[in-house]
Write a protein that binds this ligand. Structure first.
Ligand code: GLN
Length: 451
């Protein structure tokens, strides 16, 4: 049924870069056979899923939305891919994304944009717009995203779906193509809070193949999602997540959510997190710096594309020609910014300062979580904008992640879930819930209560 739905709508939505029809049907049939034989089934047996094209899959191409990896079929499965297979999930295919997960609209994909199923002339958010659009268009009931600065939560908000950025280290990064290693985190996307929890439980857990993976039990997310409540909880509202640039309808729906939390027994506490104002600036030094280092491996020798290898050019020339042809504008902009910020003499002024701001943001969160159990905010300041509107204005694009980035810098957990439609444009608004590190279960407890 989901393959038929993809056939019917994906030409317009363009959520998928690759659909593995044969593979998906083979897994579905194998699950049926196992069930008929009375064998033990995995926890998500037979459930179709759309996988962001940033996770390696040994039977499907992995492009990361880039020309530089066009047609590359990895020799191994990411840990997350292995876990999905072990849970008997049916992987339908790979979803569209901003190239190397750099963007907030999926317009930076080398393979063309994805449409927002609510209005195909608008962006579905990014970088994981393909995964969220697949959910919103009923092409898949579950999807996987990655969140470096908001790429799970912001698309969830734009498409009226649920997305969770687990605690940093909660889901393995092994086989997840690196953008900014100290920020990148894979996580679940779904249409309901409980569905997200069921997927979260399957993909999370310690992995010795990832040196930053947390060696601790997975927070009890499913139990929390089944027992939604905010009774007696203290919920923070951060002063800095408001003001200029926030669309009226977004603010209205957010305020209604705060009222709902109160009526369900939560106490609202106003919080001051002054360092949050610096988060965007710190992020746009740290993320490009780490990306300039991570993307050095795309040298035309090891993977994918190779341009100009005609026997007359040096290896350096082939590398340069390949990167020139293989990377898009945003990726080049970040590599240049990052290389500059890391240059000798500039390191302390830029990267070093950004790391200090990062510590201040972490302290703001620590202080906040002494006073409250969770924090709430709009996920993103506006609803989905028209395709093309911010394409030539990187600053306007970067502002889409104003409310999501502090959590990545501090490494704690956050969810976006729908909280109604903005009256002025009828488009979905996202409510963000933020919890301390390794307290991901609180997101689900609160999310299930207000869903
Ligand atoms: N939009 C942000 C960026 O462009 C975040 C991306 C992400 O979370 N992968 O870097």
């Amino acid at each position: 049924a989901h393959l038929a739905r993809i056939d019917a709508v994906d030409e317009k939505v363009h959520a998928f870069l690759y659909v593995d029809r044969e593979g998906a049907l083979a897994v579905a049939r194998a699950v049926d056979a196992k069930r008929d034989a009375g064998e033990r089934l995995g926890p998500l047996a037979g459930v179709p899923l759309a996988l962001k094209d940033i996770f390696t899959t040994k039977d499907m191409p992995t492009t990361v939305g880039s020309k530089i990896l066009e047609g590359w079929v990895p020799p191994y499965d990411a840990t997350l891919t292995q876990k999905l297979r072990a849970a008997d999930v049916v992987i339908l295919g790979k979803t569209n994304m901003d190239e190397f997960a750099m963007g907030s609209s999926t317009e930076n994909s080398a393979y063309g944009p994805t449409g927002n199923p609510w209005d195909l002339t608008r962006i579905p958010g990014g970088s994981g717009g393909g995964s969220s659009a697949a959910l919103a268009s009923y092409e898949a009931p579950l999807a996987i995203g990655t969140d470096t600065g908001g790429s799970i939560r912001q698309p969830a908000s734009m498409t009226g779906t649920v997305g969770v950025k687990p605690t940093y280290g909660g889901v393995s990064r092994y086989g997840m193509v690196a953008f900014s290693s100290s920020l990148d985190q894979g996580g679940p996307c779904a249409r309901t809070v409980l569905d997200a929890a069921l997927l979260h439980e399957v993909i999370a857990g310690h992995d010795p193949m990832d040196s930053t993976s947390i060696d601790a039990p997975v927070p009890p997310v499913v139990e929390a999602a089944r027992n939604g409540s905010v009774e007696g909880m203290r919920v923070g509202v951060v002063k800095q997540f408001a003001g200029e640039g926030y669309q009226a309808g977004v603010v209205q729906r957010f305020n209604e959510s705060v009222e709902l939390l109160k009526s369900l027994g939560a106490t609202i506490v106003e919080l001051d997190c002054p360092s949050f104002d610096l988060a965007l600036s710190a992020y746009y030094l740290i993320a490009p710096s780490e990306c300039s280092s991570n993307l050095a491996r795309f040298d035309a020798m090891r993977y994918g594309l190779r341009v100009g290898d005609d026997g007359t050019k040096s290896a350096e020339e082939v590398t340069a020609l390949t990167r020139e042809a293989g990377f898009g504008d945003e990726v080049k902009r970040r590599v240049i910014l990052g290389t500059y910020a890391l240059s000798s003499g500039y390191y302390d002024a830029y990267y070093g300062s950004a790391q200090k701001v990062r510590t201040l943001i972490t302290r703001d969160f620590e202080k906040a979580f002494e006073q409250v159990d969770v924090i709430v905010s709009p996920t993103t300041p506006t609803t989905a904008f028209p395709i093309g509107e911010r394409a030539d204005d990187p600053m306007a694009m970067y502002l889409a992640d104003l409310c999501t980035i502090p959590t990545n810098l501090a490494g704690n957990s956050a969810m976006s879930l729908p909280c109604g439609l903005a009256p002025e444009d009828g488009l979905p608004v996202g409510l963000q819930i933020i919890a301390p590190a390794m307290k991901d279960d609180r997101l689900y407890k609160v999310g299930a209560a207000v869903e």
